[in-house]
Design a protein around this ligand. Structure first.
Ligand code: AMP
Ligand code: ZN
Length: 486
């Protein structure tokens, strides 16, 4: 099956076709930078990173643009509260975003344009729309003329009549149509502003993406992405602007990721139930955040709760334990033999299934399930307890590289297993309220008992630790014990 993607506009999955063979132009709306981003905001960044990587794996050369909205009411408000320039706020939070982004080890975007750097392009875009009578000027303010764009509403499925009726409350009398939206607005005192043919002012929100797309990628792009809240009005207005200017299709493939809820409530700043990506990654690990996001399909609402986190910790631990086992078996000798034929066959079959699942509108939960079939098979071989012969080493090496290969496109499973497992252990110990000092005391006592050849006492201690869910790890790097994660 070739790559099929669900298109928000047609509400159907269809084979993906790029405008130019083997090339993809892709744009995803990035953050408004006035604060730390919460984990919901990162659902899109993590998912579209996979989209990009999978397209590249499928042979496309991808140009991926992800913008920063650095001119906005919320930024100005925060700047006024702190008594600083708004650029100071936006630059600060761009830097903070980049720290989080780098911690996640996602593939860098090809362009991260900022509104403040695209003012001439934005202004000439608006001028063009005015010239083409797709926009009109009133008192230094420019509005989009919706009645001249006949297909308005085609992305969201909204009808102009309904929008007009809905917008009639509190309507700006200067608008020709209640649903007309702002392209350029005059600056108020204390706000950042730019010179324009309509006086000093700043752009409305929607125009920045259209202007950046036309400048960097061209008139028509292959893929446009964002969160579902952006379908209307933001993306609907982007289409009106882009197509109003060129008369050509603005974007072929619209993709929207669903929300992240926390305990059945949308995670949002206004509800006050946010967990910043920074806090989450400090408490858990970037790997946990990525695994969590990709464990559900991007178009499904993700409801985060304690159970989900605990399932993710278990799943992630199982994978990394198997990777560490593989490395332990492999040792540092060169591998000269062929891997076990059965495992080779299983990984080849899983590769095919994973390929199909990704081609089926990026079905990541299925990808995880196919991966686990192989993890289970490798664990069942129990090679750690068997001879470290050339075949077992080759099998372990193949397994390790296979997991890393599959994980790579999701930006997962690239960490050093021993150190990641130590971190996961610390998290699980904390979550399970295990008394580390008590465990350490038992470990010392066991060591003494063994030195004194008091093997029955040593066994007793081992049993007690087992009851606590702790495994003694003689001969494995680390602290000598860990939680049983198999
Ligand atoms: P905001 O800062 O709330 O404007 O959010 C910025 C972008 O992040 C939005 O346009 C959404 O697409 C996305 N977003 C916000 N909240 C969530 C959430 N709970 N789950 C997924 N995406 C979200
Ligand atoms: Zn946008």
């Amino acid at each position: 099956m070739s790559l099929q993607i669900y298109n928000t506009q047609t509400k159907k999955k269809a084979p993906f076709q790029s405008l130019v063979p083997n090339k993809v132009k892709m744009y995803v709306c990035g953050p408004t930078v006035y604060n730390y981003l919460h984990i919901g905001n990162f659902r899109g960044a993590i998912f579209f990173n996979l989209v990009r990587n999978w397209l590249e794996k499928s042979g496309y050369e991808v140009t991926y643009v992800y913008n920063y909205t650095d001119v906005d009411d919320k930024i100005i408000k925060k700047a006024n509260e702190e008594g600083v320039e708004s650029i100071e706020i936006s630059e600060r939070y761009i830097a903070e975003f980049e720290k989080d982004f780098n911690a996640l080890k996602l593939t860098p975007h090809d362009h991260n344009p900022k509104v403040t750097e695209f003012m001439p392009q934005i202004i000439s875009f608006v001028e063009d729309l005015v010239k083409k009578e797709m926009a009109y000027v009133v008192d230094g303010e420019v509005f989009y003329e919706i009645k001249n764009f006949k297909t308005y509403g085609k992305l969201s499925g909204k009808k102009l009549e309904d929008l007009e009726a809905g917008a009639r409350v509190d309507v700006d009398e200067r608008k020709h149509n209640p649903a007309d939206f702002v392209l350029w607005k005059p600056a108020k005192p204390g706000e950042p502003s730019w010179d324009s043919p309509w006086g000093k002012g700043r752009p409305g929100w929607h125009i920045e993406c259209s202007a950046m797309i036309h400048s960097i990628l061209g008139e028509t792009i292959d893929i446009h992405g964002g969160g579902i809240d952006l379908i209307f009005p933001h993306h609907e207005n982007e289409i009106a602007q882009g197509e109003g200017r060129t008369g050509k299709c603005y974007c072929n493939q619209w993709m929207h990721n669903n929300f992240l809820n926390l305990n059945d409530e949308k995670m949002s700043k206004s509800l006050g139930n946010i967990i910043t990506a920074r806090a989450f990654m400090e408490k858990y690990n970037p790997e946990v955040l990525k695994y969590l996001m990709l464990s559900s399909h991007y178009r499904a609402l993700f409801n985060l709760n304690e159970d989900k986190i605990s399932q993710v910790l278990t799943g992630l631990s199982r994978i990394y334990v198997s990777m560490r086992d593989a490395l332990t078996i492999l040792g540092d000798t060169d591998v000269s033999e062929k891997p076990d034929a059965h495992l080779l066959k299983l990984t080849a079959e899983a590769d095919k299934k994973i390929h199909e699942s990704l081609n089926d509108d990026f079905n990541t939960p299925e990808v995880m399930a196919h991966m686990f079939d192989v993890v289970r098979a490798f664990n069942a071989m129990n090679l750690l307890k068997k001879k470290r012969n050339a075949v077992n080493k080759a099998t372990s090496q193949h397994y390790y590289q296979w997991i890393k290969g599959v994980g790579g496109m999701m930006a997962l499973f690239q960490e050093d297993p021993t150190s990641l497992l130590t971190e996961l252990d610390d998290i699980l110990i904390r979550e399970k309220n295990i008394d580390i000092e008590y465990v350490e005391r038992l470990m010392i006592e066991r060591q003494q008992a063994r030195e004194e050849k008091n093997f029955s006492r040593a066994d007793e201690i081992r049993d007690e630790l087992t009851r606590m869910g702790i495994m003694i790890m003689d001969g494995v790097e680390g602290r000598g014990w860990e939680l049983d994660k198999r």
